[in-house]
Design a protein around this ligand. Structure first.
Ligand code: HPA
Length: 246
């Protein structure tokens, strides 16, 4: 049974090179995931794949059933999750095209169902989330990047915003003062729910634009699409090398 899953983000609704052998259409106690989970072989390894926005990229960040997605993966025996995310760059080192393996998170999202621990509890549960990403998997991604000759930024704080709109320049300035290097809309509650399920979860973030106010230009979808096209090929190479090294 496959033990590793890839959650695809914007620009990765299909994983080129994944030889799909089947799909698992699961229901969970929390509702349905973003779509059936694809089972297959990628870079010679058995893997599961789920695009968090759905296969047709129709589910906006605040409507994703994060609980169902992670529950379904765990039901299928997954222990490790690599989450792929398109992000905006805030820090000077995080311009468009940069691939980063973040090591911290600040959560600015609101009104999302963010825990499995809310009903029918015999006691209140507080998970430790000091280090929100699985360090072993982070190090593996970084080593794979090096082996594949890909330049990666090792670390960075991911600020998770509510979306679906992009941020104001003032919001990004505040996030920068808070210490955020990257901004995206899906990193939370995904990472926290993975921790609650005791999954080893790490993210691979592709910067596809300078965040609002970081340049004089407005952010256009055309610019984002262009970065996604070129950047996701490098993400694919990173994923392939990571799986080879597992
Ligand atoms: N902000 C939030 N999420 C994003 C961005 C951004 O600038 N770019 C890609 N995802």
């Amino acid at each position: 049974m496959a033990k590793i899953a890839i959650i695809g983000g914007t620009g990765l609704t299909a994983l080129a090179g994944l030889q799909i052998s089947g799909q698992e259409d699961l229901d969970t106690p929390y509702g349905r995931p973003s779509g059936p989970v694809s089972r297959g072989v990628f870079a010679g390894k058995e893997v599961l794949f789920l695009p968090r926005h759905g296969y047709s990229h129709t589910i906006p960040p605040h409507k994703i059933n994060y609980r169902a997605n992670l529950w379904a993966l765990r039901e299928l025996g997954v222990q490790q999750v690599i989450a792929v995310a398109a992000v905006g760059g805030i820090g000077a080192a995080m311009g468009p095209g940069v691939l980063a393996i973040p090591d911290q998170i600040i959560d600015y999202t609101w009104s999302r169902v963010a825990t499995y621990f809310e009903e029918g509890l015999s006691k209140v549960v507080h998970i430790d989330f000091s280090l929100p990403y699985c360090e072993d998997l982070r190090q593996l991604l970084l080593a794979a990047g090096q082996a594949a000759g890909l330049s990666l930024v090792a670390g960075g704080t991911y600020g998770a915003t509510q979306g679906p709109r992009l941020e104001t320049a003032a919001e990004i300035a505040r996030m920068e003062r808070d210490g955020c290097h990257l901004v995206g809309m899906t990193g939370m509650p995904e990472a926290a729910l993975a921790r609650e399920l005791e999954l080893c979860y790490a993210a691979c973030a592709l910067s596809v634009n300078w965040a609002a106010g970081k340049t004089a230009d407005l952010i256009t979808m055309a610019d984002i699409e262009r970065e996604l096209q070129t950047g996701m090929e490098r993400v694919r190479q990173l994923l392939a090398q990571t799986l080879r090294m597992i």
